[in-house]
Every structure is written in C-alpha cells, then in structure tokens.
Design a protein around this ligand. Structure first.
Ligand SMILES: Cc1cc2nc3c(=O)[nH]c(=O)nc-3n(C[C@H](O)[C@H](O)[C@H](O)COP(=O)(O)OP(=O)(O)OC[C@H]3O[C@@H](n4cnc5c(N)ncnc54)[C@H](O)[C@@H]3O)c2cc1C
Length: 399
C-alpha cells in the first residue's frame, strides 16, 4: 500500500479520462490513470468532434494532429428517404465564435492515441494498463482505490481525488452508490461500415446525414476511410439474426440497390438515456459515460464527456490551489443540466424527428427545418445549439 500521493487518480483511459488527465497536467497536477484493458480501445465508436470540443482540444495541444487525420465537414443534413434533402445546416455561420467552424469526422481512438503520447512525455503522468478498479472508498483527506492487475495481484492506491471516467458500467459510480436513472431505447442500433462511396452515389449528400423515414430511418456518416450506416433494428431479433450477412445485404440493397456491399465492420448495440443523480461524491467525481448516456443521434456523447473533463479539471485545479471545495458542486450543477437539458433533450428530439410516422407531423417537422435554414437568424441559433456551443455559453447562468 502506498502513502497518500499528492495526485489525482483517474479510472479509465477513454477519451474523457485522458482529456481530464492532459487538462490536469496542463495545470501542473500529477495524475495516475488506471485502465482495465491491455491497450487503448481502437473500436469504431464516436466519429464526430463538434467545434467547441476542437477549440478545447486545441488549447491542450491535441487538435492539430487529430484534424490532420480527419475530415472537416462544415455541412450536415436532414434528409428524407423518399424526398431527399430537407435542410442543409452550415457550421460556417459560426466562424466568428469558434476557430473550428465544422464537425471533424475522425475516430475517437485517434484522440486517445494522441493523449496517451502526451502522457508518456510527461514525468508527472502515469498510465497503468491491465489494471481494473474494483473498490473505492474515501475519508476526509484522501481516496483509496483497490485495483486488480491482470495476474490477480491487488494493488491499493491512495490519492487526493479520483475521477471516475470508467464508462457506462462505471465501477466508480456503482461504488459510490449513486443512482443512474433513465431508460433503455426499445430499438437496437446496428452500425455498419463500408468502403462504398455514398458521396459519389447520392447527389448532394453531405458527409453527415440524418435520414428520416416512417419505416426505417438511418444515419449516413463519412469517416476518413469508410462510410458508416446506422439503422434501428427490431429488438426481438437475436444478435445472430441482426448481424446475419444476408439480412444486412438486403437492408443495404433496399437503401441503395447495386453491387453487393463490402461490410468492413458491423456492430449492434443497445442505447440508454441515463444521467447519474450526482456527479460529485466528496473527493470522487464522475465524468463522461460514467455520468451520462444518450443515443448517438447528434454525436454528443463523447463531446459532452470531453466538455465535462475540461470543466471538472478547471475547477479541481482551483480547489487544488486552495479554493473552497464546494466549487465542485458547480461542476455537477452545470454539467448535469447540460446532460439533461441539452444532450438528452436534443438526442431524443433527433430520434423523434427521424422516426415520426404521422404524415402531418412529418410534414410539419420538415417545413420547420426548411424554414429554419431559410432564415439566417434561426439557422445560426440552430447550429449554435447543435454544435454544443450554446450549451457552453449557458453555463454562466448556472450558479
Ligand atoms: C457505435 C457508437 C457510436 C458513437 N458515436 C458517437 C459520436 O459520433 N459522437 C459522440 O460524441 N459520441 C459517440 N458515441 C459515444 C462515445 O463513444 C462515448 O460517449 C465515449 O466513448 C465516452 O467516453 P468515456 O471516456 O466516458 O468512456 P469509454 O470510452 O467507455 O472509456 C472508458 C474506459 O474505462 C475503462 N474501464 C472500464 N471499467 C474500468 C475499471 N473498472 N477500471 C479501469 N478501467 C476501466 C474502459 O476499458 C475504457 O477504456 C458513440 C458510441 C457508440 C457505441
């Protein structure tokens, strides 16, 4: 067992844990990151970075390399499967409020890779992999974490604070007994990646397109090497049925008939809408998926988590230097409000827009979207919200 170390422990080396680590290091605070996996995940999860996230990453020196490995997308669309384009939103309208007036399409592992390289270059940073946080406790001066190495050996860490950035099934959240209320969305989400060039096959298609349909909505997203197709899927089917190659081919053909599709990657997953009842528990803080989950329509999960990490680190740095620890309560009030009122509300609205079956309501939604892009003031207000800039501006109003 080690003595109390004057450092911050972070459970989880996902995008949120690693951005928190780099942010704290920038403030001169030593960190130890404990990661259960043997290596950082290289899976196809988040692929969209919104403008203010890029602004934050820029301040941490993490944006340039990411931008060089991604695709800049100033435009994104709402489409209808039968009617085609409904409205094209232009992030270029935000050039006066962000240095990055576009969504960057880049896989999240490119960020974690860059952040890890940064940690490796810092003497005050330790990243330990193959170690699973199992138990967490605290007293008035410190936090104690029991973690198990891959070989079964249990190691105990004591430090000043702990950030739980250990994802949806967060052990840190469970250890604190904080409730995680919400719901599970009925449909399964099926994500398929293909080298097929939808941009060359569908005229006027933006690199990010949300496509509504009363029977089967979908999302088309371009990444640097593949196009990703996201379909809602009947939860009564087994995983084998959902991922069956013949069934997938049928769905791809019904979207756009042609040559057989090469599927480079496929995954089916359940989606939850949940927000932790507390983000601050004494010296323990929750951030990212450990604190909130939402559907991926709008690409706000990881982005919101990175905004948590930056907000949390800024306040923790002030407390580290002597500010009243009650300041951390503002982290919770600000970021929980965003999770509920912006991220969750917007993601649920996007889902409602995509799968509305009532023809009159669909028409009304579409008319509203067309009217929004036709009016420069409304268009700007819409992209201020969808880009998450507005949610950051509104934080000032939260005491
Ligand atoms: C298919 C898909 C598409 C998505 N698309 C988008 C998108 O376009 N935009 C967007 O913003 N979001 C998107 N998301 C959501 C996004 O991927 C998550 O919000 C993001 O990964 C959360 O980051 P995190 O660091 O909080 O958690 P994670 O990325 O889950 O990282 C948690 C880390 O903690 C580690 N860990 C877990 N338990 C322990 C433990 N007990 N001890 C030590 N380590 C532990 C895990 O191994 C992992 O490395 C998508 C998600 C999916 C599944």
């Amino acid at each position: 067992m080690q003595g109390i170390e004057k450092r911050v422990l972070i459970a989880g080396a996902g995008p949120v844990g690693l951005v928190a680590a780099v942010s704290l290091l920038e403030e001169g605070i030593p960190v130890t990151v404990l990661e259960a996996s043997a290596d950082l995940a290289v899976d196809l999860r988040a692929s969209t970075f919104h403008p203010p996230t890029l602004d934050f990453l820029d301040r941490l020196g993490l944006a340039d390399g990411l931008i060089a490995r991604g695709i800049k997308c100033p435009l994104w669309q709402f489409r209808d499967r039968k009617e085609g384009e409904i409205a094209t939103f232009d992030l270029g309208l935000l050039a006066d409020v962000t240095d990055h007036p576009y969504r960057l399409q880049a896989e999240q592992w490119k960020l974690t890779e860059a952040a890890r390289a940064r940690l490796e270059a810092e003497p005050d940073a330790r990243l330990i992999t193959d170690i699973t946080v199992e138990e967490v406790s605290q007293d008035s001066d410190s936090v104690t974490v029991k973690a198990r190495r891959e070989n079964g050996e249990v190691e105990t860490f004591r430090a000043a604070y702990l950030i739980g950035a250990d994802g949806a099934r967060s052990t840190v959240r469970k250890s604190t007994g904080v409730a995680f209320p919400g719901l599970t969305i009925p449909e399964i989400f099926l994500s398929l990646s293909t080298p097929f060039r939808y941009d060359q096959a569908i005229e006027g298609l933006a690199d990010i397109s949300y496509i509504s349909d009363p029977d089967e909505w979908l999302v088309l997203l371009r990444t640097p090497t593949l196009w990703r197709v996201l379909f809602p899927t009947d939860p009564n089917l087994s995983d084998e049925e959902i991922l069956d190659p013949a069934r997938i081919e049928e769905r791809m053909q019904s979207l756009l008939p042609g040559e057989p599709y090469e599927i480079a990657h496929k995954t089916a997953y359940r989606v939850h809408e949940r927000v932790a009842e507390a983000y601050v528990h004494g010296r323990i803080f929750l951030a990212g998926d450990a604190a909130h989950l939402n559907n991926p329509l709008g690409g706000m999960g990881m982005n919101g988590g990175i905004h948590d990490a930056v907000n949390l680190s800024e306040k923790l740095a002030q407390v580290w230097r002597g500010a009243d620890p009650t300041l951390m309560g503002r982290y919770e009030r600000q970021r929980r409000k965003v999770a509920i009122e912006t991220v969750q509300a917007q993601a649920l609205r996007n889902r409602a827009l995509l799968n509305e079956t009532d023809p009159a309501k669909r028409r009304a939604f579409h008319d509203e979207l067309r009217a929004t892009v036709a009016d420069p003031v409304k268009h700007r207000a819409y992209v201020m919200k969808s880009s998450m800039i507005q949610s950051l501006r509104d934080l000032d109003e939260v005491a």
